[in-house]
Design a protein around this ligand. Structure first.
Ligand code: 5GP
Length: 406
């Protein structure tokens, strides 16, 4: 990449301009590992490469789920750890999401047992201010200091929580508990969607606490470095090994094992409804197979079709969607001729999006990308309602000067 001038330098990374592309920047993560707001600092050869791999894999997963992030590409392979990102104006905030009580939360809430599940998730904002040890900051203070608007605070909370849930899902599939997570946000500095908030900075093994089998004594994250009484070469080697295994585990997060929804229409009269249903499923990016049969007249045909789809898609995860009327035998035939889950959908009752969501949720059980998309689509639906409400209740435009009031 044609790196230009240095834009900014943090404790563990440097940001450069990208020549000829003013909307983009290059992030390079360095080999430093720090704790206590920089009070402890060591160099771990190769940490920058590992951190760039972890960050880019995490961000690629989040992009696939549809979350707005600054990440474009790079950082994963033999590319000098250079990650290409959209340029942002960073907000001076760390947004922490907690699903399990630990760290500074456990210290501030000694009455909550360490390791307790936190639901709903706890979302906290910290002001980035090393000199004052990144103090906790209230939403009122964020507003009063004009760091962010009320809408931006809601958006950050929502995106941070969804990020936590997506990563907790991915880690959970490897029997690792995501305890807490720190993320940061920026406003896109230029170009498309200029000014809108995106998840930015880095997300690597410094940004979270991860406990294999839910056990703190097996933790693989930076807390082991923070906890060292004295830093020795052996201790740093052990910690580097952990960072490497984490990067390797994260590499499988965005892997897609294709999920297929087999839409089985119970008669020609369902072809149009099948089209609408396919569009609703398309929003989750799921693969589709479509077949038409008639369970009442040709039960054997329906059963053979189901068995053959089941056999042909053995390397996929498959869900059958039976599009049929209320009394149809189709769902039962599918249920008893295959080992795959069956979602029944009667188009007469409407609810195409809900039926598509039911199919996606079945596949989301072991596909983090589909899981993330279900969360994002839900969040977008909520945002649309809030935007509509704001529109309905917008104050009327001020009267033109000289206009008479009735
Ligand atoms: P705590 O407030 O419990 O110390 O930290 C909460 C979470 O945020 C932990 O996952 C921790 O690793 C992360 N975190 C807190 N401060 C920082 C920071 O300055 N840099 C990074 N990378 N992560 C942090």
């Amino acid at each position: 990449m044609r790196k230009g001038h240095e834009i900014a330098r943090g404790k563990t990374k440097v940001l450069y301009e990208l020549e000829g592309q003013p909307d983009m920047a290059v992030v390079m993560q360095g080999d430093a590992i720090t704790a206590g707001d920089g009070a402890r600092r060591d160099v771990m050869d190769g940490k920058g490469r590992i951190a760039a791999q972890t960050t880019s894999r995490v961000f690629r997963l989040l992009n696939l789920c549809g979350l707005p992030t600054h990440y474009h590409n790079g950082g994963e392979d033999d590319d000098n750890n250079e990650m290409l990102v959209r340029r942002c104006q960073m907000l001076p905030l760390e947004v922490v999401v907690r699903g399990i009580a630990a760290g500074s939360f456990a210290r501030r809430h000694p009455d909550v047992p360490r390791g307790a599940i936190l639901a709903p998730r706890v979302i906290e904002f910290f002001l980035k201010d090393d000199a004052n040890h990144d103090p906790l900051i209230t939403q009122a203070e964020i507003l009063a200091r004009r760091i962010a608007t009320p809408d931006e605070i809601s958006t950050m909370s929502e995106y941070a929580r969804i990020t936590y849930e997506i990563l907790a899902h991915a880690w959970g599939r490897r029997d690792v508990a995501l305890v807490d997570l720190k993320v940061e946000f920026g406003r896109l500095a230029s170009g498309e969607n200029k000014g809108s908030l995106v998840l930015a900075d880095v997300i690597d093994n410094d940004s979270w606490r991860i406990w294999p089998q839910g056990r703190e004594d097996l933790a693989l994250d930076k807390q082991n470095y923070r906890n060292l009484e004295t830093v020795t070469d052996e201790a740093l080697d052990r910690i580097k090994d952990d960072y490497e295994s984490v990067s390797l585990m994260v590499s499988s997060f965005p892997q897609l094992r294709p999920g297929i929804v087999a839409i089985i229409l119970d008669g020609a009269e369902y072809v149009d409804a099948g089209e609408t249903f396919a569009r609703a499923l398309g929003r989750f990016g799921l693969g589709l197979a479509r077949q038409v049969t008639t369970a009442g007249r040709m039960p054997d045909h329906a059963a053979t079709m189901a068995a053959s789809l089941d056999a042909n898609f053995k390397r996929h995860r498959l869900v059958f969607a039976a599009v049929c009327g209320a009394g149809s035998a189709l769902p039962a035939i599918l249920e008893h001729t295959t080992g795959q889950p069956v979602v029944r959908f009667d188009p007469a009752s409407g609810g195409f999006d809900e039926a598509a969501l039911r199919c996606a949720k079945v596949l989301a059980l072991d596909d983090t990308v589909v899981f993330g998309r279900t969360l994002l689509l839900d969040a977008q639906a909520r945002a649309q309602v809030l935007a509509l409400n704001a529109q309905l209740n917008a104050p009327p435009p001020p009267p033109q000067p000289g206009t008479a009031f009735a």
